[in-house]
Design a protein around this ligand. Structure first.
Ligand SMILES: Nc1ncnc2c1ncn2[C@@H]1O[C@H](COP(=O)(O)OP(=O)(O)OP(=O)(O)O)[C@@H](O)[C@H]1O
Length: 494
């Protein structure tokens, strides 16, 4: 028998109105990479948070290396060799790499002062484990997201963790960066680490894990060695039913141009971008991370200033100096960093869905409560938002369900032109399909959508045409129906 490193037995965790975990068992042998998957709200993060001592389970037992343990705080989990690389970066951007790696775990001299020389030396040692070649004195905000994530991983390794939990670590990485991270997991496995890997990307799980555990509604519903798994099996067990794979819809578009962008430029971000979008069209913008896509749509929407060029709506030139003007012209915008820019954590699901800014609350513009409740309920159903009620505080929803609420906020406003930046990041595969059909339906009813996505598959499935950008320039605009996945990269790099 393989030696178990981790065993969670009969874990039950209740939140007000939700039984988040029901008698969950998870046993992970030493040295294994275990995949953990399930729809948004299935209980994956809660289970890991119990292990990290962030939540206390009502029932259940934990064993590490065969020994029964109690964990009542993250510090205790870390002291026992358990570390979590969280979904959201939580580094201090204004201090050095070395300080970040040893944050909360400072190396001190005999006088209790931080020993900087040793901190830097040790930081380099830890970074070497994962082949990260960064100056330990560099300030973190200058690094790319991928590098920051590796610093976060280094911080966990610096604690001497033997069990590493990766909670959706690839959500904001490019395909190449993801590959690097997956290879790194394999490398850490060879070095004797045990890994629990949570992701919504099935292909990543199938590529890197030894065994996969599937959760649904707070329970483990299926588990098998990865060699016996495939994508449709995973999807089926996650949903608890047969799921029909989304196909490209056949769509007919009218020729009327709704939005025209001409010679749009913003220093250092993008230059001389011109394109036209038809009424009811889904216009995809693809390219590598850092190609200027987010910057472009942020400038069109008036979030960033000092761009040059012209914007026409229905043939008429318009000026957009700020988002309020954009909204009054019938535009909507779902930002990439929803958790920083999009959510009012203390407010309810209903309030989060029906307001687009706090101004609207103050100005009394928001919908009447009853109407709002019914709109909210209809979206809860349409894209299956998992929440005890419309009045639940949004912060108590799972990450993916919070994303769905913010997306629904803009879908519900039925803007004339909706900008979506990475709309399905963190959203499970089945919910993605539901969101795609909703977007299709809304565009049939006349809405126009401009979508930035790093998931090429998503653009190919959803968009009518795809504009590929690279280093701030348009490299091509093509009919999506005629494109294959690799075309986007090829056009970007040609
Ligand atoms: N702090 C909390 N208070 C109340 N309910 C919570 C809290 N945290 C999680 N829940 C609920 O527990 C359930 C499981 O959530 P959890 O975050 O574990 O899901 P998940 O599988 O990680 O989802 P995702 O893929 O969206 O990250 C959800 O119904 C969620 O609303």
């Amino acid at each position: 028998m393989e030696k178990l490193l981790l065993e969670m037995r009969g874990i039950t965790k209740v939140f007000p109105g939700v039984k988040a975990l029901k008698d969950v068992n998870l046993a992970v042998p030493q040295g294994e990479i275990r995949g953990l998957i399930g729809e948004n709200g299935a209980g994956k993060s809660t289970l890991m948070n119990v292990l990290m001592g962030i939540y206390k389970a009502e029932q259940g037992e934990l064993f590490l290396d065969g020994e029964k343990i109690e964990i009542s705080s993250p510090a205790e989990a870390i002291a026992k060799g358990i570390g979590m690389v969280p979904q959201e970066l939580n580094l201090n951007p204004y201090v050095s790499v070395a300080e970040n790696i040893f944050l909360g775990n400072e190396i001190k001299n005999k006088f209790g002062m931080i020993n900087w020389e040793k901190t830097k030396k040790e930081a380099v040692k830890v970074m070497n484990i994962i082949g990260l070649n960064i100056d330990p004195s560099d300030i973190v905000y200058r690094l790319s997201t991928a590098q920051q994530q590796l610093i976060q991983l280094s911080r966990v390794l610096a604690t001497g963790a033997k069990l590493l939990i990766f909670d959706e670590p690839t959500a904001s990485l490019t395909t190449q960066e993801t590959e690097v991270l997956l290879k790194l997991m394999k490398k850490l496995q060879v070095q004797g680490k045990t890994i629990v890997f949570i992701t919504h990307h099935l292909e990543e799980l199938l590529a890197v894990t030894d065994r996969i555990t599937i959760m649904r509604d707070g329970q483990v519903v299926y588990e098998d060695d990865t060699v016996n798994m495939n994508e449709s099996l995973l999807i089926e067990h996650m949903a608890g039913k047969k799921v029909v794979k989304t196909e490209r819809a056949i769509r007919e578009l009218k020729p009327d141009i709704l939005l025209k962008i001409e010679n749009f430029s913003r220093e250092k971000e993008f230059s001389e971008v011109s394109f036209e979008v038809r009424k009811g069209e889904i216009f995809g913008i693809g390219g590598l991370v850092g190609s200027g896509r987010t910057e472009l749509i942020s400038a069109i929407f008036g979030i960033t200033k000092k761009s040059t060029g012209q914007i026409y709506i229905d043939g008429k030139e318009v000026e957009i100096k700020n988002p309020t003007q954009a909204i009054s012209l019938g535009m909507g915008f779902v930002p990439e960093e929803r958790r920083n820019h999009g959510i009012f954590p203390m407010l309810s699901v209903r309030e989060n869905m029906v307001i687009s800014s706090l101004n609207e609350i103050f100005n009394g513009l928001f919908l009447k409560k009853e109407k709002a409740r019914s709109v909210t309920n209809s979206y809860i159903e349409k894209i299956r938002i998992k929440t005890p009620s419309t009045e639940t505080q949004i912060k108590s929803l799972s990450g993916g369900n919070q994303q769905k609420v913010i997306l629904a906020r803009w879908l519900a406003r039925e803007s004339k032109i909706l900008f979506l930046d990475e709309p399905t990041r963190g959203i499970d595969v089945n919910a993605k399909s539901e969101i795609y059909s909703l977007i299709h339906q809304l565009t049939k009813e006349g809405m126009t959508v401009i979508i930035v996505s790093s998931e090429h598959e998503e653009l190919l499935l959803l968009a009518d045409r795809i504009m590929v950008m690279h280093e701030g320039r348009v490299k091509g605009i093509e009919d999506a129906a005629k494109m294959k996945q690799q075309d986007i990269l090829e056009i970007a790099l040609k």
